[in-house]
Write a protein that binds this ligand. Sequence first.
Ligand code: P6P
Length: 307
Amino acid sequence: LLMSHIATATKVVSRMVAKAGLLNVLGKTGDTNVQGEQVTKLDIIANDMLQAMLDDLPMVAATASEEDESFVLTSAGAMTGRYLIAFDPLDGSSNIDANVSIGTIFSVRRRATVGTVVKEEDFLGPGSELVAAGYAVYGSSTMFVYTTGQGVDGFTLDPGVGEFVLSRPNMTLPDTCCCFSINQTNRNRWSAGTRAYVDHVLARATPRYAKTTGRYIGSLVADFHRNLIYGGIFLYPSDSASPGGKLRLLFEAQPLAMLIEQAGGSATDGRRRILDIVPEGLHARAPLVIGNTEDVACYGELVAAHG
Ligand code: P6P
């Protein structure tokens, strides 16, 4: 029931995204969110939709959104609900006006205790404690990809029927580094280890990287989804401008790390397994290196050697 409510919310968001240009919901609201990012109208619509769809579920105690400073108690389950939901309602929303694929990312955590008032600390566990994680990607088609710890399944929305149809059962990461995804304009801000890894890939001196190509959409869900299908590595490492990384640990890194491990890959912050990191706050950030285990490990070795 919980997953179907989340899926239904993404169907509505999908429809809004598809009609954004016609419904005058493009553009910015003029506000900035807790991340200091400009808020787009669709961010608000997606955020409100997800919270509304979860508010009347008795099994959900509270939700936390990348868009909001603090968590929100649900009407139906604040004291008795067993689950906490964290989500990035519309990741990559800065790309909306350009019609680039964007997405919704979510994770589900079970409360250690029920019957007590939810505290922020209830959300701040390692990603290894998540019971479910997934995303919707609003692209040439809308896909819903999720795991409950028994592998990863992908569903494609049939707009004519309004249902998600199982289109990619048991998704596993192909063992090829097809795509290498990093914002190379940040090169001068990277550590020596990051530069060493990027130069190693670009040198194409090893069979593994002989045919690797560069792809960077600037929309995390789209970059992640492409690599999950084709194989590859995505990196948003720490750099001099964002030493703690840019991406959010709770709303982006943890759910994608659960998915990639369930699909046979790995996710680190360059040194530590993402799923082992305990968030210091709802809006904690983390460097993210995610994809094929061999490539994530190669990056880690060069960071260990070069700093
Ligand atoms: P940059 C989008 O704003 C986002 O949060 C992710 O979706 C994306 O991977 C990243 O930022 C892109 O950041 O600094 O390369 O533009």
